[in-house]
Design a protein around this ligand. Structure first.
Ligand SMILES: O=P(O)(O)OC[C@H]1O[C@H](OP(=O)(O)OP(=O)(O)O)[C@H](O)[C@@H]1O
Ligand SMILES: O=c1cc[nH]c(=O)[nH]1
Ligand SMILES: [Mg+2]
Length: 210
């Protein structure tokens, strides 16, 4: 498994505003989308391409295009939905599948309450979007779900991770073709499983408390 932590002053700047508890929901939503676009640049470094030749007005030129089958982008509902637009802006031909997961607030175990994905993901490059990697339970379950459908190559893009969750993902998915791209790794998890200093509950800050 590969882990890449983006190190860029624009990402740190936007993340700082995102963390601020006084940042209102509309600004928070815009920032998540903008951060996603910046992280997508790093997260798609390994996107599969094939060689093509085009004619410029002057001569022929060698280039590449995104290979078929097109990548599958999978936001984890709810909070991952806030990252989707930022991703498909950069990868407009990608297809999108959905996984709805919620973490039980007492046990911290994730449950899957919705799924809309192709049955067969063999030979499909998958990009999972979720802003928060806390205990890692949700991301491990989501990636295993994709592997069970035949995926072999998964990149997860998260805005924030806790070191404990990152270790758990590394242990659970050792030896698999997985890349994790992160905006930052924070200090720790608190007793309620929240990332410290973090940004609170990303789903609630995007869409309100339910
Ligand atoms: O690493 P973990 O400990 O599993 O926690 C991370 C998960 O928690 C959040 O979702 P949540 O369950 O709050 O659902 P929501 O997006 O609907 O708010 C977050 O978006 C992740 O999916
Ligand atoms: O800090 C956290 C942990 C899990 N989920 C969130 O949205 N935030
Ligand atoms: Mg939530």
């Amino acid at each position: 498994m590969r882990v890449h932590v983006a190190d860029h002053p624009l990402i740190t700047h936007k993340l700082t505003v995102l963390r601020d508890k006084d940042t209102p929901s509309p600004v928070f939503r815009s920032l998540v989308e903008e951060l996603m676009t910046l992280l997508a640049y790093e997260g798609t470094r390994g996107v599969r391409v094939e060689a093509v030749t085009v004619q410029t007005p002057v001569s022929s030129a060698q280039g590449v295009r995104i290979s078929d089958p097109k990548p599958l982008v999978v936001p984890i509902l709810r909070a991952g939905l806030g990252m989707l637009e930022g991703m498909v802006k950069l990868l407009p031909t990608a297809e999108v599948g959905f996984l709805g997961m919620a973490r039980n607030e007492e046990t911290l175990q994730p449950t899957t309450y919705a799924e809309r994905l192709p049955d067969d993901l063999s030979d499909r490059q998958c990009f999972v979007l979720d802003p928060m990697l806390a205990t890692g339970g949700s991301l491990i379950a989501a990636i295993n779900f994709l592997f069970d459908r035949g995926a072999v190559d998964v990149t997860a893009i998260c805005i924030l991770a806790a070191p404990e969750g990152l270790d758990a993902v590394e242990q659970a998915l050792a030896g698999r073709e997985v890349t994790i791209v992160l905006g930052a790794v924070d200090e720790k998890l608190d007793e309620q499983g929240y990332i410290v200093p973090g940004l609170g509950d990303a789903g609630d800050r995007l869409y309100g408390v339910v």
